[in-house]
Design a protein around this ligand. Structure first.
Ligand code: XUL
Ligand code: CO
Length: 439
């Protein structure tokens, strides 16, 4: 049985191809900076969007009636979806995937039933992984959809919600380990508040830290060696999410002694909702050795919510790859398409166009970023801007040889400041454009 009978494996055909079901830039074996494109980009498909999303939004019902779901319910539907998903990833040459527990198995009536369903479906994932060689990038637990998490999970005012969330994470860690997952993600879900009047923020954040420590401890106990990630998002569904941005998350991790266990999973649209650019977030996490993985999507700058669109903007992907390469590239992490087709794009083919577009945009971005790095021109321009720190008083300050008194003496003796140099912002922008557009 095939879910996509009219679509065969998607191949690289080169930039001149007009075939909508071919890659123009993503050539998995092509070597860039000594590594294949596939190894650099480590694409991952999100089970929740690609196979579960039905196009419903707060104003309307689902628009996507997937032929493979027809007349199937419960576990039969869940298992069939796994098979369809692997066919999809295989055809697109996507080497990794991510899931939430609730995406892959029905919750049933009780937690015990949910866990039994997860065990059954995990076997199918394992078989499909073995058949295809596709791997699990990270797993996670959905602790925000069920009404028991209306006040949050780890940060709920109800201790029982915390306990149920703990049970979910325990199981999600077990199946992530069983599937050889290279990571486990915490995204806040409803860990935040709608109203500070009714919120004990300190108590909630203490609980979140205690919860994450329990996960780290349990991972050690069962021998799960994957990387933990924390995924920042400033708002939605709550008006204030505690994992607001990289700065807030890294501060939280350090304050509670979690920094050696957890890195950032940075999502493009979440960064823009926080009033940042994604490259800001990548550079900020990277400079502290905390850049773990990326949820690759894009928002719409005219909209203030999480639209989770597929990234097709080559400027965006070039900037992302530039900062990812700058910080050494991915180790455990990858580019997970936490992105969904628009509800009007309801045909199964749209899922292919969307992923092909995203993969090509990142492949082209990688190539441009590598060209910028190869010439060294951009780095030299930045180095030149800071050259006053390479010798003389700058180098002495950096070496810790000065204090306010010695610097005051230096300034008084000098009498006036050395001539400053221009920031050349427009020149920087023009130089980057030269690499973006070569003919
Ligand atoms: C929500 C979001 C999640 C996380 C995993 O905005 O990005 O899908 O990536 O829970
Ligand atoms: Co995400």
């Amino acid at each position: 049985m095939t879910a996509f009978p009219e679509i065969s494996k998607i191949h690289y055909e080169g930039p001149d191809s007009k075939n909508p079901l071919a890659f123009r830039f993503y050539n998995p074996e092509e070597i860039i900076e000594g590594k294949s494109m596939a190894e650099h980009l480590k694409f991952s498909c999100a089970f929740w969007h690609t196979i579960c999303a039905d196009g419903s939004d707060p104003f309307g019902l689902g628009t996507m009636f997937r032929p493979w779901d027809m007349e199937k319910i419960g576990m039969e539907k869940a298992i069939n979806r796994v098979n369809v998903f692997f066919e999809f990833c295989e055809k697109l040459q996507i080497p990794y995937y991510c899931f939430h527990d609730r995406d892959i198995a029905p919750e049933g009536e009780t937690l015990a039933e949910f866990q039994a369903n997860l065990d059954e479906v995990t076997k199918v994932f394992k078989e499909q992984q073995q058949r295809t060689g596709i791997k699990l990038l990270w797993g996670t637990a959905n602790m925000f959809s069920n009404p028991r998490y209306m006040h949050g999970a780890a940060t709920s005012c109800h201790a029982d919600s915390f306990a149920f969330a703990a049970a979910q994470v325990k199981k999600a860690l077990e199946i992530t380990k069983e599937l050889g997952g290279t990571g486990y993600t915490f995204w806040g879900g409803r860990e935040g508040y709608q109203c500070l009047w009714n919120t004990d923020m300190k108590r909630e954040i203490d609980h979140l830290a205690a919860f994450m420590h329990m996960a780290v401890d349990y991972a050690k106990e069962i021998g799960f060696t994957g990387q933990f990630y924390f995924e920042p998002k400033p708002k939605e569904p709550t008006k204030h999410q505690y994992d607001f941005d990289c700065a807030a998350c890294i501060n939280f991790l350090r304050a509670y002694g979690l920094q050696d266990h957890v890195k950032m999973n940075i999502e493009t649209n979440h960064a823009t909702l926080a009033g940042h650019t994604v490259e800001h977030e990548l550079d900020y996490a990277g400079m502290q050795g905390m850049l773990g993985s990326v949820d690759a999507n894009t928002g719409d700058l005219l909209l203030g919510w999480d639209t989770d669109q597929f990234p097709t903007d080559i400027y965006l992907t070039t900037k992302m790859m530039l900062y990812i390469l700058k910080h050494g590239g991915f180790t455990t992490g990858g580019l997970n398409f936490d992105a969904k087709v628009r509800r009007e794009s309801f045909e199964p083919n749209d899922l292919f166009y969307a992923h092909i577009g995203g993969m090509d945009a990142f492949a082209k971005g990688l190539k441009i970023a590598a060209a910028i790095r190869k010439s060294g021109e951009w780095e030299q321009m930045i180095a030149q801007r800071y050259h006053s720190w390479d010798s003389g008083i700058g180098a002495e300050i950096e070496a810790g040889k000065h204090n306010l008194k010695t610097l005051a003496n230096y300034a008084l003796e000098k009498g006036n400041i050395a001539p400053l140099s221009s920031g050349h912002q427009e020149l920087f922008e023009n130089v980057i454009n030269r690499y973006m557009f070569t003919d």
